[in-house]
Write a protein that binds this ligand. Structure first.
Ligand code: TXA
Ligand code: MG
Length: 311
């Protein structure tokens, strides 16, 4: 199969047509690029798992075209309604008890469904033209680095999908925050652009420990092929090591990628995956990653670095 990359002006109607015919298509969101299919069509969703080599035990996020779909897809509670009202459209995924409308393949047989509404204008235009919810995991091979540009999607899935809608780099650059809502309890399953501090206003926040809570949250994830090591501050660079730098100069390293010269955590998150990919392609022995401060978005960045370093 030939993979076409098209700009968003011509891509929107082409993508909606593919979705309507039960196909899969890569779409931009404000977090990372997603691989979308009709969420209410089990066979279409199966094609997502196939293209990504993703195990069927790892459930998909359902992206709604408008907030009212939440009532058809999930049993909604007052705190969940407040979260959707405040953060949608945006980078927050809410896990709730599912209704019968949601196919089992989407939830991997679980009784909960993960819902989000993307704020990306191109994604929204496709969702509006299609008029139904879109199941979309990140558009990478299973276990690999999430794509933050159309070129990354092509590097991951060329020949496996018919179309990528190219809308340039993603604004956030890391995946949505996932929160499981039960009563007033909010359990963060994956850290992301919406921080624990922001969620605390809506209920009793519990942060799940790394790598256990999300079914797909295997300890190793978002991984480059080159071994990645988190710096303890004492690591000496070898002759063929690269640095993913936060506050270091990179002296002594063969290759350096600076996450944010201005030490801005938003910029660091937005650059993270593209920088990891460039280091991964440089033929290095190791990628040494400097720690970033674990406040706000920094917690989400460190969660990704820990998973990328797990072997
Ligand atoms: O920003 C994002 O969330 C991107 C864009 C494309 O929307 N999507 C994304 O999807 O990151 P994915 O599939 O790569 O990661 C979703 C995670 C998986 O680890 C999956 O296990 C978890 O969400 N998940 C999905 N449904 C769940 C559920 N019902 N309960 C708990 N975790 C769930
Ligand atoms: Mg993913």
């Amino acid at each position: 199969m030939k993979t076409l990359v098209v700009p968003s002006d011509s891509g929107v109607s082409a993508a909606a047509a593919i979705l309507a015919s039960g196909g899969i298509v890569a779409l931009p969101t404000e977090t990372v690029y997603g691989l979308g299919a009709d969420a209410l069509n089990p066979a279409a969703c199966a094609a997502i798992f196939e293209a990504k080599d993703r195990p069927l035990s790892d459930p998909l996020i359902v992206h709604v075209p408008d907030p009212d779909w939440i009532f058809r897809l999930a049993e909604i509670s007052p705190p969940a309604a407040r979260l959707a009202e405040c953060f949608w459209p945006g980078p927050l995924t809410i896990v709730l008890p599912r209704t019968r409308l949601v196919p089992c393949i989407v939830t991997s047989g679980q009784e909960t469904v993960a819902l989000r509404m993307s704020a990306h204008p191109v994604f929204q235009a496709v969702a509006a033209a299609f008029g139904r919810p879109i199941a979309a995991p990140s558009a990478n091979r299973f276990g690999r680095i999430s794509p933050t540009s159309a070129e990354h999607v092509v590097a991951e899935l060329e020949g496996r999908i018919p179309l990528v809608v190219d809308a340039g780099p993603c604004a956030h650059g890391i995946e949505s925050t996932i929160v499981h809502v039960t009563g007033d309890r909010l359990r963060i399953l994956r850290r992301g652009p919406v921080t624990a501090e922001q969620l605390a206003e809506f209920g009793d926040v519990q942060e799940a420990r790394d790598g256990i809570a999300v079914p797909g949250g295997l300890k190793s994830h978002y991984a480059p092929r080159t071994p990645l090591v988190i710096s303890d501050g004492l690591l000496k660079p070898g002759p063929n090591d690269g640095l993913l730098a936060w506050d270091g100069t990179g002296e002594g390293f063969r290759r350096v990628e600076f996450l944010s010269p201005a030490q801005d955590l938003r910029e660091a998150a937005a650059n993270l995956y593209a920088a990891m990919r460039r280091l991964d392609e440089a033929g290095l022995d190791r990628i040494i990653a400097e720690r970033v401060p674990e406040t706000g978005l920094g917690a989400a960045v460190m969660e990704r670095l820990r998973k990328a370093s797990a072997r």
